[in-house]
Design a protein around this ligand. Structure first.
Ligand SMILES: CC(C)(COP(=O)(O)OP(=O)(O)OC[C@H]1O[C@@H](n2cnc3c(N)ncnc32)[C@H](O)[C@@H]1OP(=O)(O)O)[C@@H](O)C(=O)NCCC(=O)NCCS
Length: 214
């Protein structure tokens, strides 16, 4: 199996693989093939590649490389006891993030860094976030919109096990969307501690997050 990248990130070990890899490695565990059968062909390939990426990251951390990775009732990957993980796919890549379970849940999001043809700022950013980037030129502003989107999707994946409900993009905010260090603000009532990071890697933003009960 070819790794597109393998990185030690702030919230875990990240491995990315090509979704259509001619050398995909050992056959998938039957439990994963059964889950994949619920999906159409393209989605099944992406789902199985995400599992391969998770297993590769798990193996690099000393976990069982042969284990089947399940799917929780709300869609999150279910790692074996003692581990937590998250998955993201973008076009031809599937990435998995894994770390030892120390009470934090984690999230990963992979996004193309190029600005999107459609401006998604209003959907993604709060009024305060939008005001913070308003003076930038359009290309720089749109790139930060996508970066903010990636961070919030990673945050969503990390907080979902605690909240168990859809969370809108305006319910979570970055203190300053321009800052390299992402400071995430969530409502106090959630009782959660949330951290996030985002780094450029080639053509992608790689956002990670973690969350735990305060
Ligand atoms: C679930 C969601 C985050 C997926 O993001 P996406 O860009 O569509 O797709 P990605 O490829 O990055 O991620 C897909 C993976 O997310 C994971 N996922 C899906 N639902 C999840 C959940 N409820 N909790 C944690 N992870 C979840 C799965 O592992 C899935 O891949 P798999 O089914 O192959 O294992 C997105 O569709 C969504 O519903 N977002 C909700 C709103 C939001 O993000 N709000 C942000 C404010 S915090």
């Amino acid at each position: 199996m070819t790794r597109a990248f393998a990185l030690e990130l702030a919230h875990g070990r990240a491995v990315a693989v090509a979704i259509d890899d001619a050398d995909a490695g050992p056959p998938e565990p039957p439990e994963e093939l059964a889950l994949a059968r619920q999906f159409g062909p393209a989605r099944a390939r992406e789902f199985l590649a995400g599992r391969r990426a998770l297993r590769a990251a798990l193996a690099e951390l000393g976990g069982d490389a042969g284990v089947a990775i399940g799917r929780g009732p709300r869609g999150a990957p279910l790692l074996p006891a003692g581990w937590v993980g998250s998955v993201s796919h973008k076009r031809d890549l599937a990435a998995g993030l894994v770390t030892a379970d120390r009470g934090w849940t984690i999230g990963l999001d992979l996004e193309a860094r190029a600005p999107r043809p459609i401006d998604i700022a209003r959907r993604v950013m709060t009024a305060r976030e939008a005001a913070a980037v308003a003076a930038l030129d359009d290309d720089a502003r749109r790139r930060l919109v996508v970066r903010t989107f990636a961070i919030k999707e990673a945050v969503y994946k990390a907080i979902d096990p605690h909240l168990g409900r859809y969370v809108g993009f305006h319910e979570v905010a970055l203190r300053d969307p321009r800052a390299d260090a992402a400071i995430v603000e969530v409502p106090d009532a959630w009782g959660l501690e949330v951290e996030a990071t985002c780094q450029a890697h080639g053509d992608h933003w790689l956002a990670t997050a973690r969350a735990r009960r305060r």
